[in-house]
Design a protein around this ligand. Structure first.
Ligand SMILES: Cc1cc2nc3c(=O)[nH]c(=O)nc-3n(C[C@H](O)[C@H](O)[C@H](O)COP(=O)(O)O)c2cc1C
Length: 387
């Protein structure tokens, strides 16, 4: 059993064990990948203020996200095709999350269906929807999520159209993977992955295939996006979706103060300051640079979460210090899942919690709820005075 001490350890194993097509799908941003890179590197421009001689015994990272108790302020983000990173990947990730005590979010574009995950877990999970044109399908999807007792609806608002990720086009990304000489040659080197896939029946988009009509190529993420996603989305439609769900709603993909105000106005319970992990608008600011002005503008009106770029517990701590009630991680847990299945996701969560706990202690705090901006040393201009 390899000794895992960081998320990077998991990433190295993940790269070895998962076919290139799915590694590339995860490990890429749109176009030049500037935003993808800066999401992570900007966390390193924020420094932590060391304190000493403070009683740090009996520490806790437990807090609440949208009123739910969580072991630390981290939820697993919705990630499409998770069941292609590892057989039955969504079920494995959801199980790891529920044992750890953090929320799991199932993507619309998952391989395991809502029902698959509900049948194989005990605690409610969150369900993420895209804003689709087919209102009937949308209603049925929400009914299925309600029947599965999902405890929050995450509406992703930053993907009416899909950002271009060059590698996916070059690799011909699809689920299940198309069998070409190149893809077969690569998959032959991934025995553990291949055996897992042979042992499961879940190899298609579980929430879509058999439920949606008029999809020309149900294996292709880009074809489905182009055909099914609602490019005419506006705030009235978002409000209608919020009203359709009688429970907690989180709007994911907010990067602008005006949009954050609208999110509060349409009755969402929380927003995720997110640029989709740098996969949509390349050239957008990193989320850690963006969050402060959003917290200043709407922090007293709506709960604010942050994702994009988190690879360590220190990043979670920095986001909390800048006003995020919670965070989401995407790639960090996918690396774990591809590396070692459910155990790898647990490992990713353990690494992050340990880093969070120790860093919080070094900053002189024993309760995550008492952490404020004071723990940070923020370079002048970090949050920017943009014209
Ligand atoms: C491979 C991959 C697939 C994703 N699929 C979805 C999705 O289906 N729905 C969604 O709302 N966000 C999706 N996202 C975005 C994540 O929910 C999250 O915003 C992002 O991963 C956060 O950045 P991080 O990976 O740097 O933590 C995806 C991200 C990745 C990396």
């Amino acid at each position: 059993m390899p000794v895992i001490t960081s998320i990077d350890d998991l990433k190295r194993l993940y790269k070895r064990r998962v076919p290139k097509m799915f590694y590339d799908y995860c490990e890429s941003g749109s176009w030049t990948e500037q935003t993808f890179r800066e999401n992570t590197s900007d966390f390193q421009s924020l420094y932590l203020r060391q304190r000493v001689a403070v009683d740090i015994a009996g520490r806790s990272t437990a807090c609440k996200m949208i009123g739910q108790d969580v072991a630390m302020p981290v939820a697993l983000a919705p990630v499409g095709l998770t069941g292609m990173q590892c057989a039955d990947g969504e079920i494995k990730a959801a199980r790891a999350a529920e044992k750890f005590g953090v929320p799991f979010t199932l993507s619309t574009m998952s391989i395991c269906s809502i029902e698959d995950v509900a049948e194989n877990t005990e605690k409610p999970f969150w369900f993420q929807v895209y804003t689709l044109r087919d209102q009937d399908f949308m209603r049925r999807l929400l009914d299925r999520a309600k029947a599965a007792k999902c405890s929050a609806l995450v509406i992703t608002v930053d993907l009416q159209i899909m950002g271009q990720r060059h590698k996916d086009l070059k690799n011909g990304l699809s689920a299940p993977p198309k069998l070409t000489a190149k893809s077969i040659a690569n998959m032959m080197t991934k025995a553990r992955w291949g055996l897992g896939m042979l042992g499961t029946k879940r190899r298609f988009f579980g929430n879509i295939v058999g439920h949606a009509t008029g999809v020309s190529d149900p294996g292709s993420l880009s074809a489905w996006t182009a055909e099914a996603f609602d490019q005419t989305l506006d705030w009235n439609k978002i409000k209608a979706m919020v009203d359709m769900w009688d429970g907690k709603v989180i709007l994911k993909g907010i990067m602008d103060v005006q949009d954050a105000k609208m999110a509060a106005q349409v009755g969402a319970d929380a927003i995720v300051v997110s640029n989709h992990g740098g996969r949509q608008l390349d050239g957008a600011l990193s989320t850690i640079r963006t969050i402060s002005e959003i917290v200043d503008a709407v922090g007293d009106k709506i709960e604010i979460h942050l994702d994009s770029g988190i690879r360590a517990g220190q990043d979670v701590l920095k986001a909390r210090a800048l006003g995020a009630t919670g965070t989401m991680i995407g790639r960090a847990y996918i690396y774990g899942l591809g590396a070692m299945g459910e155990q790898g996701v647990t490992s990713a969560l353990s690494v992050i919690q340990k880093e969070l706990d120790l860093s919080m202690a070094f900053c002189g705090h024993r309760d995550i709820n008492s952490v404020t901006r004071n723990i940070l040393q923020i370079p002048k201009g970090f949050t920017g005075h943009w014209e």
